[in-house]
Design a protein around this ligand. Structure first.
Ligand SMILES: [Ca+2]
Ligand SMILES: [Ca+2]
Length: 477
């Protein structure tokens, strides 16, 4: 896929925006059609990087930009299913990691849930396996490393995913170096001693699941099965029926067919062997897996010194003066940053986070800065950015480290303005601010204060000029 296809000129962008103004809100009659349209456009992998959908759940029109899609779930369901959707939304809203599905917004009305998430054009890892059957060790180690990194983050947040399989791993774009993104948290659970329900497809089920008592180590088992599949093209424990598969998982010893594994390294087999131990207490931990010789040897970050320098310089120069500036910048990054920019930042973030916990702390930042700056600068700047032992989350990092010149082009600022100015009056009022950034909703007083920070002519609203000036300050500073 050429990168050019992903880029839209400003004129095309404007045209699409105009089209949005002409669209009718979803009604009960056309809602299903729109929902079906989303499904079919998903199937055309990589053909549509730019989608616009209109929701009427709060009676105003809304555009969803490229990089995003909406999942519409009918609300007819049983109480249990309803709970599942809400718990998934609730959990995903809290997770903020380069290799985990990003949920951008959530709405509901009487009949439907609308879950707006990032859109990943590379499709499922499952389809890729069907296409290619086996993969090089470098490719496999890269995918598995990213999977371990995301699952480590889940476990550190007290969450077991419980349904790790290739259908639930997306590739963020169509490229050999695309990142793997863990999705579908519908079966995830708070880690506890009470976990007992039967989860995941039998191919990926750890043996202890049959004992109806297990811990988060079942996620590592599933990763071991996926590694095996990537390297030889079929699961370690097969069978014609689910019962047969489960029997094999429980009783059959792990074997590496001589012919099918003839080209694989001993380290790769060792790695799989250390994971696929039927006794969970013997199985290696995620931390051990992340530092396993096979992973370390085959996993190479795609970060050059010049990239690292550019990104760290952006981070150092980041100088946000108002909360609205910061919130708007996050919105622009979320909806308008290019795939390439985000991929690069995802890679750099991973490279800096050497403790693999999904946050950048002062030590990690300083170590990264030492590769680029002198000791004094590295120490001073890392202490300034992570003041008082604050850590940088992934989305904070994205907003602070993104190239401001590129992301704060006039057209993008204007589009962000239109996103917030929901009634298209040409002015943003306090209600629109609080609606646009509702994840921060803390009452109108909070937003009045924020409005006052940037409302230059004190008319209680933000014009496009005031808004643009506010954002341009991020470039000048
Ligand atoms: Ca870290
Ligand atoms: Ca004003």
């Amino acid at each position: 896929m050429g990168n050019k296809m992903m880029m839209k000129s400003q004129a095309e962008f404007e045209q699409d925006y105009q089209r949005k103004q002409e669209c009718k809100p979803i009604t009960n009659n056309n809602r299903e059609t729109i929902s079906a349209g989303i499904k079919s456009s998903n199937q055309k992998k990589g053909s549509s990087k730019y989608r616009i959908l209109i929701l009427d759940s709060t009676n105003w029109q809304r555009i969803i930009f490229r990089n995003t899609q909406v999942k519409i779930v009918q609300k007819n369901a049983t109480e249990k299913e309803e709970e599942r959707v809400l718990s998934e939304v609730n959990i995903l809203e809290k997770l903020d990691h380069p290799n985990i599905l990003k949920i951008n917004e959530y709405y509901s009305d009487d009949r439907f849930h609308y879950i707006i998430t990032d859109f990943y054009s590379g499709g499922e890892l499952f389809s890729k396996i069907q296409e290619r059957r086996i993969f090089s060790e470098t490719y496999a180690a890269r995918i598995i490393r990213q999977l371990l990194y995301s699952v480590n983050y889940c476990h550190l947040h007290g969450i077991a995913h419980r349904e790790i399989r290739p259908e639930n791993i997306m590739l963020e774009r169509c490229s050999e170096f695309a990142s793997a993104i863990l999705i579908d948290f519908g079966l995830c659970s708070k880690i506890s001693h009470k976990m007992h329900s039967s989860v995941n497809h039998p191919y990926y089920q750890a043996p202890e699941i049959q004992q109806k008592k297990y811990n988060e180590s079942i996620d590592i088992w599933a990763i071991g099965v996926i590694t095996y599949i990537l390297l030889c093209g079929y699961p370690p424990f097969g069978g014609d029926t689910n019962r047969k598969i489960i029997d094999n998982v429980l009783k059959k010893p792990l074997i590496f067919d001589e012919q099918d594994w003839s080209k694989s390294s001993n380290e790769s087999k060792e790695f799989v062997r250390k994971i696929l131990l039927k006794d969970p207490s013997q199985r290696i931990t995620i931390d051990q897996a992340l530092n396993d010789p096979w992973i370390v040897k085959n996993y190479e970050l795609q970060v050059t010194d010049s990239q690292l320098k550019r990104v760290l310089t952006n981070l150092v120069n980041y100088n946000c003066q108002s909360k609205l500036q910061e919130a708007t910048l996050k919105l622009i990054v979320l909806y308008l940053a290019s795939r390439e920019e985000l991929s690069e930042l995802r890679e750099v973030f991973t490279c800096i986070d050497t403790k693999n916990d999904g946050y950048i702390d002062v030590e990690e930042l300083q170590a990264a800065m030492l590769k680029i700056f002198d000791t004094e600068t590295a120490e001073r700047q890392s202490n300034k950015i992570c003041a008082e032992d604050e850590t940088l989350s992934y989305s904070q990092f994205l907003a602070q480290a993104i190239d401001k010149q590129a992301i704060l082009q006039k057209s993008k600022i204007e589009t962000a303005f239109k996103l917030i100015d929901r009634n298209a009056s040409g002015n943003i009022n306090v209600e629109e601010l609080s609606e646009a950034f509702k994840c921060n909703l803390t009452g109108n007083d909070y937003w009045i204060e924020i409005m006052n920070e940037v409302d230059a002519n004190h008319d209680g609203a933000l014009s496009l000029v005031e808004f643009t000036n506010m954002m341009k300050k991020l470039i000048q500073s």
